[in-house]
Design a protein around this ligand. Structure first.
Ligand code: C5P
Length: 291
């Protein structure tokens, strides 16, 4: 039986501006996503059965298998590519924390779509028409699922689902601290709505993205540190776990400490591998780098 095993990476957001609430209830986003080298591992195996089956293994027991995002990814692909996607067995080796803002569930769903493209010969992933179709499927599963189809660095607009790839040749080193707090994404957005936020014009946003692209292309960690912005930092600032994590990372000489997505993971950006490695030891955090 055909099968494939792929890493399902974590992500962080170098920039994350949350705009107004849209008529569909989502918020407009201006963000820059980045995949990291820490990852779950997802294996997808095609099954030769007459029945419609998506058998799951290795996922946390409190996730309802019927609503698991990987099952929804399989169902969406079956619908979009009729007769081409058979029953599957999907197993996970989970390493990414939940409720941490690292996008684990969305990443798993995006990677299952990738895996099905390969296993079921759905087309060439480099074909822009296919990529657009896959991103439309992915967007129905979650706002950040389309990003995980290609990963790397990319702008996200709309509600985060409209992806524009950016260049990412240089590697940056980070330490992730996982406070003992789980953040509900929906609750974090509701909380943000209670605070006025600066309006970011399209021109300001594009300027920031261009500066960020310069810092990423030059491997300039100092400049990158000065540009990082996450509106959810404002939400997290009311919690002790955020301040404690930021202090620990600063004491370990990070250039900048910031929230991953809507939290609760706090990332520290370091100048180079050696200082990040040392900081991971002193803080007990996870050493990681950009992909
Ligand atoms: O799209 P996803 O299912 O990942 O979003 C989870 C929740 O986060 C949504 O139900 C919504 O409450 C909030 N959200 C939002 N605006 C976005 C993305 C997510 O309000 N752009």
């Amino acid at each position: 039986m055909k099968e494939i095993t792929l890493p399902s990476p974590a992500k962080l957001n170098w920039l994350l501006h949350v705009g107004a609430t849209r008529p569909d209830g989502y918020h407009s986003l201006n963000t820059v996503y980045q995949t990291l080298d820490i990852a779950d591992e997802i294996t997808v195996k095609l099954l030769n059965t007459d029945t419609d089956e998506c058998i799951l293994a290795g996922f946390p027991s409190d996730i309802d298998p019927q609503t698991n995002l990987v099952r929804r990814a399989w169902q969406a692909c079956r619908k979009a590519f009729p007769g081409q996607v058979p029953s599957v067995f999907i197993s996970a080796r989970k390493r990414l924390p939940r409720g941490g803002g690292l996008g684990g569930g969305s990443s798993n769903a995006g990677i299952v779509i990738r895996a099905l493209v390969d296993l079921c010969n759905l087309g060439d992933i480099n074909d822009p028409a296919l990529l657009a179709k896959l991103q439309t499927i992915a967007a129905r599963i979650g706002s950040d699922v389309p990003f995980f189809i290609s990963g790397g660095v990319a702008q996200g607009t709309g509600r985060g689902e409209i992806i524009t790839p950016m260049k990412s040749e240089k590697q940056f080193w980070l330490v992730l601290l996982l406070p003992d707090a789980s953040v509900s994404t929906a609750a974090a957005y509701r909380m943000l709505d209670q605070h006025p936020r600066p309006d970011v014009t399209e021109i300001d946003w594009q300027k920031k993205v261009i500066q960020l692209q310069g810092a990423l292309s030059d491997g300039n960690a100092n400049l990158l540190a000065s540009l990082i912005h996450n509106d959810f930092d404002m939400f997290a600032a009311q919690y002790d776990w955020f301040h404690k994590s930021v202090s620990r990372l600063k004491e370990a000489n990070c250039l900048r400490a910031f929230l991953c997505g809507s939290g609760s993971t706090v990332a520290g950006l370091f100048k180079e591998e050696a200082s990040a490695r040392k900081a991971a030891q002193t803080t007990g955090g996870i050493l990681t780098s950009t992909t």
